[in-house]
Design a protein around this ligand. Structure first.
Ligand code: PLZ
Length: 453
């Protein structure tokens, strides 16, 4: 008889931290599972790398064929503390044993309040803050807009070019890119207006951050009217848009203008938050203090949780019962968040993100010396991207980008792409990845540039 008290597969940081290829990627067992997936899972749900994962931890994913892949994705910036991080596993296990759900709106519990208290401490600014917890990033963005509308009594929502805010109806309207996020899914929510972003690599002529902000402000003042504008929602560094870091001064100028005009400044820190950029939040780098911050992804070590945190008077502008949802702030997800934040603090993962950033930038710089197609290296902390261009040094090269990524996958390194023009390689390793593993991963990335030249 087999001992069923023990899980057959254990992930977490004790997994051997190595790249190990036993078969082609995907191997035969993953291929079999893929055929089953195709029978039962809707086609619209895409796959970046079709291997079936059986365990993960630290900086690796182990697939059904026993291959150990280096993870440069973290499940899109989620597993920052690594998969099955010990504090997350312990707190989740304890919580699952105690109770799994009551619905916070029916009968409250401590871990929800604990997470809100931590969010108030960790998000930028030392003003009085309150939070509401939800399930997904898109839901957090939707709720931030509800709060801003309730507080201001205004309707309009401003977003920027290349923005990504989610796949629900309102957040599809707020997201810029049509394919694959919006095509065929309209009509979209109204009263969403798009302003030009600061995208230093793609400006026709060099423009300062504050001048780029004035360009956006001009569009909003003339085409929307500040009196109609409830909020400006912006990612301090674009995520899906290609890790675009706006020119210095862009965010501070927008912050100043929104404050002067009664517009709620919402920082969407869903991808940038929780140590990813080398600080707790990306707004911290320029000393920008948003009115509201949306969080998700890295917050809870892989369990679904998101939040809106902001000025107490804004959060409290909504009538009782106006915010919530059945699962929002689920106790198991909240326990995971507390374990994840504890890990970030104990291991100084913000500091580690900065170290990872310099290693990655170093490696990409030597690739750029050899390959002119690497048009720009940008990002902060462990959120670094390489924009891939054609021989003119400017035209986006999505084909080469995809070829580089595909090569990495075949060699057991999980990379992601991004960008409006699908020509950005983005690197989001778990913040607990070792230097040795990163070095090996970037040897493969370098080989991918050579092999696709
Ligand atoms: N805001 C800044 O990055 C999620 C989406 C991947 P959800 N980004 C990854 C995909 O193809 O669906 C994201 C984000 C920013 C909002 C969201 C939305 O978060 O948890 O996916 O709803």
């Amino acid at each position: 008889m087999t001992d069923t008290s023990l899980p057959t597969t254990v992930g977490g940081p004790d997994l051997p931290q190595e790249r190990r290829l036993l078969t082609a990627v995907p191997g035969p067992r993953s291929q079999e599972k893929l055929a089953r997936r195709a029978r039962h899972v809707a086609k619209g749900v895409g796959t970046t790398l079709p291997v079936f994962v059986e365990a993960a931890g630290g900086g690796v994913l182990v697939d059904a064929d026993g291959n150990s892949l280096i993870d440069l994705a973290s499940g899109i910036a989620v597993a920052s503390v690594g998969n099955s991080a010990p504090h997350v596993v312990d707190r989740v296990t304890e919580q699952v044993r105690a109770f799994t759900h009551t619905c916070f709106m029916v009968t409250p519990y401590d871990v929800y309040v604990d997470v809100c208290e931590r969010l108030a401490e960790l998000t930028p600014g030392d003003h009085e803050k309150k939070s509401a917890l939800l399930n997904s990033g898109a839901e957090a963005v939707e709720n931030a807009v509800k709060v801003a509308r309730a507080f201001t009594g205004r309707d309009a929502v401003a977003v920027v070019d290349h923005a990504y805010h989610g796949r629900t109806n309102l957040t599809m309207a707020m997201t810029a890119k049509s394919m694959p996020y919006k095509a065929g899914f309209g009509p979209f929510a109204g009263e969403v207006y798009r302003a030009p972003m600061s995208y230093p690599f793609r400006e026709p002529v060099e423009i300062s951050g504050s001048a780029a902000a004035d360009r956006a402000i001009d569009v909003l003042e003339k085409q929307v009217g500040v009196g109609n504008l409830a909020c400006l929602v912006i990612e301090p560094i674009l995520g899906e848009g290609g890790f675009v870091v706006p020119a210095d001064g862009f965010l501070p100028r927008l912050r100043e203008w929104t404050a002067a005009n009664g517009v709620v400044f919402v920082a969407d820190e869903i991808q940038t938050g929780f140590c990813r950029t080398g600080d707790w939040f990306a707004c911290d780098h320029e000393g920008v203090v948003p009115d509201l911050v949306t969080t998700a992804k890295g917050i809870a070590g892989g369990l679904p949780l998101s939040g809106v945190t902001g000025r107490a008077e804004m959060m409290d502008a909504v009538h009782v019962g106006g915010l919530g949802g059945t699962y929002g702030g689920n106790p198991v997800a909240c326990a995971a968040a507390l374990g994840s934040m504890q890990t970030m603090q104990e291991l100084d993962l913000a500091g580690r993100a900065r170290q990872i950033g310099s290693l990655v930038i170093d490696r990409l710089s030597s690739i750029a010396d050899k390959h002119e197609c690497l048009g720009e290296i940008r990002g902060r902390g462990a959120m670094i991207a390489a924009e891939i261009v054609g021989a003119d040094g400017h035209l986006p090269d999505a084909v080469r980008t995809s070829a580089i990524s595909t090569y990495c996958h075949s060699q057991g390194v999980l990379t992601l792409t991004a960008g409006t023009y699908s020509n950005v390689l983005r690197f989001l390793p778990p913040l607990v990845t070792s230097d040795a593993l990163l070095t090996e991963a970037f040897d493969v990335v370098a080989a991918a540039f050579d092999a696709t030249a």
